[in-house]
Design a protein around this ligand. Sequence first.
Ligand SMILES: [Zn+2]
Length: 421
Amino acid sequence: MERILKGRSGAWLLRAGSLFLLYLFLCILYSSHGASHPLIPPLLSSVGNPREVLLYQNEEKIDFRAFSHKGYTRLVVESGEYLPCSIFEDAGQLVVYFPLRVSPPWKKKTLDDGVVNQLTFYVGSSNSTLVISLGSYFKAYNTFHLEKPNRIVIDLYRQLPTTNPTIERINPSTAEQERTPPIPNPSPAIQTVVLDPGHGGDDVGAKGRTGLLEKEVVLDITRMLRQLLTSNLDVNVVLTRETDENLPLEQRTAKANNVKGDLFISIHTNASRKRGVKGAETFFMSYEPTDDESSQLAARENFPIVLGDPTLASDLQLTLWDMAQAEYLNESSQLAEIIQQELNLRLNIENRGIKQAPFAVLMGAAMPAVLIEVGFISNSSEERELRTESYRQKIAYSLFRSISNFIQLYERKTGNYPLQY
Ligand SMILES: [Zn+2]
């Protein structure tokens, strides 16, 4: 009995050893090929292969998302572990090389948005390649890693068509070849700004000591801001609520996503039990609040969602919402920084800085999104100021300047027209 067992385990060791050697050999073969010819198809099919377990033990399951924006196309590769990759451009293709086997949700996907035509995964036993076939409006790309969860973000910027009549006169045939067909929407990257006056209807928001209501102050400031934006910039402005009405948080974000908003700005006034606390602060999304105060504030601002529909506050739903905003955190933090600077500069009030907190209203926004607490309605002097039209105008103007500055930065980044105002 003992001998039989020994014999069996010996044979097993021999077999495992030879498989391991084969595995090493294939690793070397693929990595050397991979470096110079990443598009070489896998030599062995994984289908029905008994060696699969040994060969593919380093497989990384990935998720993939693609978003077509007006100024750029964003591709997101999400993985459990940090996913190393190298990216290079080659003959109308952008090649993303992974030095390990990945398991993508699909092998081929067609986007055809002018910037990206098609996406194809080539999965080898120890390396993988994503080939992005580029459309005629592709201009440049930028890539960065994000954590928690691990993501590789690839932004592909759109080239807008230019016509040069001089070239056309000198050499009509060349000009004809080079001329690109008109694209349906030759517009700036930021076209629609969604403004969200907090609270409304039964949800009055924070209340000042003399009875001033957050929901009224923020609706007024939002209307002023809309006026400034539409009369000075080439943007559409959509308000999540036009009147004093009940509007659940998730509907605000849904509305912003439905109108394909490019910016989401939620406007609020703050409150504190401590009468002396005052100043403005700007938030962008995070699961981890910056401090206890931010955590309490988020809980208070998120409260209506529990009143509206308790199931929406479930962990699953929050995770789904988080996914949408998670990819825009770089832009959101940049927008928050610009807004906070402008508020400090123009309102001359206490700078409470930029903070992060898990605001439900920001989580689902598939665009750069911030929440601004323009001042403390619980502070007597700020409540007095917030009552006046001139102070509200000042806030609206600060926000208008911030949005203008952000748009200019954004347009430069995506290579689209700089706006004139
Ligand atoms: Zn509020």
